[in-house]
Design a protein around this ligand. Sequence first.
Ligand code: NAD
Ligand code: UDP
Length: 388
Amino acid sequence: MASSTRVDLDGNPIKAMTICMIGAGGFIGSHLCEKLLSETSHKILAVDVYNDKIKHLLEPATMDWADRIQFHRINIKHDSRLEGLIKMADLTINLAAICTPADYNTRPLDTIYSNFIDALPVVKYCSENSKRLIHFSTCEVYGKTIGCFLPKDSPLRQDPSYYVLKEDESPCIFGPIDKQRWSYACAKQLIERLVYAEGAENGLEFTIVRPFNWIGPRMDFIPGIDGPSEGVPRVLACFSNNLLRREPLKLVDGGESQRTFIYIKDAIEAVLLMIENPGRANGHIFNVGNPNNEVTVRQLAEMMSKVYSKVSGESELESPTVDVSSKEFYGEGYDDSDKRIPDMTIINKQLGWDPKTSLWDLLESTLTYQHRTYAEAIKQAISKPVAS
Ligand code: NAD
Ligand code: UDP
């Protein structure tokens, strides 16, 4: 229930605002809508081409918050209604993007258009109408770490200054152009630079968010159930799909890459602080991740197998993982970020925010959701005779 006495980090009462949320029907958008509707008085103009993940918030119209969320089915590529919605809002949050690695090397043009060209009018309308913008970028703008270019046995590889990723210090290191994996990172970097330049030259009030592997319920899709059978989602959904089907989890190039995973609900707390504390968030780029939850992809697979066995009551497979080459799994032009540890100094100083949930706990709640949501549908899909 929204409380009327909520205050910001400086003790000032928070005024209700209207938020134009583009990409509100996606994974992060759905959690952000839930949070805003259940804990604040803000209104949401939710823009997306899909609304399946926020259906529970839109229906029935008798919900407490029904008058605080409006869904607009708009493709921002070509819809003149977008500027009107941005003008009506106090704040615009842009989440819309193609953001699954399997697309970066196989659909590089769509990836670049989605992450740069399609985001341009949003930045322009905010700047021209003096509206605040929170733009979602990615930790992938850091690319590879400096440390990965050192010899394998170099002691400097253990030195955090060679791998911890800092918003205001770390360089952006991408691979060559024929490694089209980097089309996404490069497009996101250029739109970050544009947003930043609009701030510097035209006074745009902006915040840039760099998510570090946010995971939780409703992320992506399960191939063949609520997405295409041949589709390749991000790692949480790939591994969930394997577990649900009792198949070994596929480790790309040995599963040696390292990631830090953060629970979506922790990350959404950080976004709410940005929304409600403009004086502290404007003009900043924020890493949002959990440096304490680092694992290799192989360790993630092993942990997910254990957790899934616990929540489903099914035994673990004798061989829970299988190795696969990146060329076989993603096709030509794939490359990878080796390690992603976010520096938390800026977000901690500006917003006093820290992540809370351990990797085991976040996997337990997420895989409980996956099992409840999909196990029965998978069973039915598997038992259906294949059409000849
Ligand atoms: P998502 O794919 O679940 O959500 C994106 C939403 O944008 C989708 O609902 C999609 O339909 C919508 N969209 C895309 N193009 C659109 C268009 N032309 N018009 C209208 N709607 C459109 O992805 P997500 O995980 O929620 O990510 C949201 C943002 O955060 C993206 O910008 C992504 O690059 C960034 N990000 C997320 C993560 C993460 O860990 N989840 C990591 C790095 C960056
Ligand atoms: N990965 C894997 N098996 C899968 C899916 C992904 O080994 O079935 C690896 C992928 O190569 C990458 C990591 O898992 O090293 C994380 O991939 P994700 O798609 O979640 O996105 P990223 O973190 O690379 O943006």
